[in-house]
Design a protein around this ligand. Structure first.
Ligand code: THU
Length: 136
């Protein structure tokens, strides 16, 4: 699976977003090391706080299925019903969830318009991160 294909699958996942409050649709496509793919979308709530981000939807689906080894994630966001515009960076909570299950070399592709994307590692997006290893 190429980065371009993963970005396209993240954009496709935006169609499932449940976003009656923000109108901002986010999609994620998570690639496991065994090649399995999990897509996720954001799922909002009238109480706001229970809202789930697209990235964590994808991760929690995968972890429930027994997946523990992850290669990369693509994320895409923009107004619902419109093409993505600008760069979409994952929120801090999602970065921390990635850190729970991924090494610092985990790849994150952030979609931009026209099929473009920016690639960063988790280590670059979450420097000096806290993980289980810090509690030993
Ligand atoms: N959102 C995500 O799905 N992922 C992020 O990393 C940041 C924000 C969602 C939550 C909410 O439904 C909408 O985007 C606006 O914040």
């Amino acid at each position: 699976m190429t980065a371009e294909q993963l970005v396209e699958l993240a954009k496709q996942a935006r169609e499932r977003a449940y976003v009656p409050y923000s109108g901002f649709a986010v999609g994620a496509a998570l690639l496991c090391k065994d090649g399995t793919l999990y897509q996720g979308c954001n799922i909002e709530n009238a109480a706001y706080g229970p809202t789930m981000c697209a990235e964590r939807t994808a991760f929690f689906k995968a972890v429930y299925d027994g997946q523990r080894d992850f290669e990369a994630i693509a994320v895409a966001g923009g107004r619902a019903g419109e093409e993505v515009s600008g760069l979409f960076p994952p929120c801090g909570v999602c970065r921390q969830v990635m850190r729970e299950f991924c090494g610092l070399d985990f790849k994150i592709y952030m979609a931009k318009e026209n099929g473009e994307y920016v690639e960063q590692t988790l280590g670059e997006l979450l420097p000096y991160s806290f993980s289980g290893a810090d509690m030993k």
